[in-house]
Design a protein around this ligand. Structure first.
Ligand code: F3S
Length: 387
């Protein structure tokens, strides 16, 4: 790999052992993936933040590091809300360990927002190079914004935050961002909700695997794109997709679909994922809610009381900017929690069946929470959660 003078200095240990080791890690990754150089990044999003996933060994590794992030960086969701963990029912032992993980990241200069929607907190633009970890955030950045990021592992994203650069390969390069398979949706999608797009992503991810799909026949808004991409990243390994006439690269860059495989998806295949099974709790906000989703939940819950635990998840910064909407949701007995989610929090393991409005949660809840997952629209979640 070609390194500039600054990078050579860091590699020689002139900026300390941690930055030296982090650059060694980036160079090793770059060599494995055939990168010719490093590219400066605008921001990083670091996974491996929940004690449930990194455990004691990960915590010890974080505590051994000594450097500060040189670009804006946030964390992925952790196992509990930083402030309201007792209210969510997190046990003291887990909370202490989670707080130790947070303190370790804070020492490294990583922002303590713990969210899979960093794009709601900091402007991210078309063409920006990023080092983000969480698969739905990566999908949104690449597909909906037109920024450029590979799906980084936790250590790679942390190294990028501490050095300010990432190896330039994969989706950082224009030539690797072209469609590889066409998905023709044969359905009347005019009334489709976020959950329908999540179910489409759940179904399609299994069919396309790690290829870059080009969709036709759909016209999703940004929240629906968020749900579609999150689910495809969960059941497949889709880090970038294009939607005809909608996503920025499909609009700006001429698309050649000649010779690509075509997959047809029909409405009935999506509808059959919506099964009416009894549930013990409702969890909405995977990925974390946008302001518009919070408003919709508040409107639907207005004047009602929930009859089962009803969780809503959003970034702390989004909650703070929409506090009146959040207060209105909580009048129903539902709770809006920051920093965590239905998949990474151990609290959700107490339920045997959970209703969600997300294709990604539909895919992950069975494995991560050992619970049956039911998908429905936000309106159906509110109906079930209040009946
Ligand atoms: Fe975000 Fe958790 Fe879903 S990290 S995408 S809310 S599984």
């Amino acid at each position: 790999m070609l390194l500039d003078k600054d990078e050579e200095r860091i590699l020689a240990g002139e900026e300390g052992e941690t930055r030296q080791k982090m650059l060694e890690l980036l160079v090793a990754l770059g060599k494995v993936f055939g990168a010719e150089r490093l590219v400066p990044i605008r921001s990083a999003q670091v996974s491996g933040a929940s004690y449930k996933t990194i455990g004691e060994y990960g915590l010890q590794w974080l505590n051994s590091l000594d450097a500060k992030a040189v670009v804006p960086a946030v964390l992925n969701p952790i196992g509990m809300p930083r402030e309201r963990w007792q209210e969510m029912g997190v046990n003291e032992d887990f909370a202490q360990k989670q707080q130790a993980v947070i303190a370790a990241y804070e020492r490294l200069g990583i922002g303590l927002e713990c969210t899979c929607t960093p794009y709601y907190l900091r402007e991210t633009n078309f063409g920006d190079h990023l080092a983000w970890s969480e698969s739905s955030a990566v999908s949104y950045a690449n597909s909906v914004i037109g920024a450029r990021t590979n799906r980084e592992g936790g250590p790679g994203a942390l190294a990028a935050a501490l050095v300010g650069k990432t190896p330039c390969y994969g989706l950082h390069l224009k030539e690797n961002r072209k469609p590889q398979v066409v998905v023709r949706v044969q359905a009347d999608t005019r009334e489709w909700s976020i959950a329908d797009y999540g179910a489409l992503g759940y179904h399609t991810g299994k069919l396309v695997g790690n290829r870059i799909p080009f969709f036709s026949g759909i016209n999703p808004d940004k929240d629906q794109l968020k749900g579609l991409g999150a689910a495809m990243a969960a059941t497949g390994a889709v880090a970038l997709y294009h939607v005809e006439g909608v996503t920025p690269e499909a609009l700006k860059i001429p698309t050649d679909l000649t010779g690509l495989d075509t997959i047809a998806v029909e409405a009935a295949e999506i509808r059959k994922l919506f099964k009416e099974i009894p549930v013990e709790a409702v969890a909405v906000g995977c990925p974390h809610c946008s302001p518009a989703e919070l408003e919709e939940i508040a409107r639907l819950l207005k004047g009602q009381l929930v009859t089962m635990p009803f969780y809503v998840f959003a970034a702390q910064g989004v909650i703070e900017k929409n506090q009146r909407t959040v207060d209105s949701i909580e009048k129903s007995g539902a709770r809006v929690f920051a920093d965590t989610c239905m998949v990474v929090s151990p609290v959700m393991e107490q339920y045997e069946a959970i209703m969600v409005n997300s294709g990604k949660a539909l895919a992950y809840v069975p494995d991560m929470c050992a619970a049956v997952a039911r998908i429905g629209t936000i309106a159906e979640c509110v109906r079930v959660g209040t009946e």
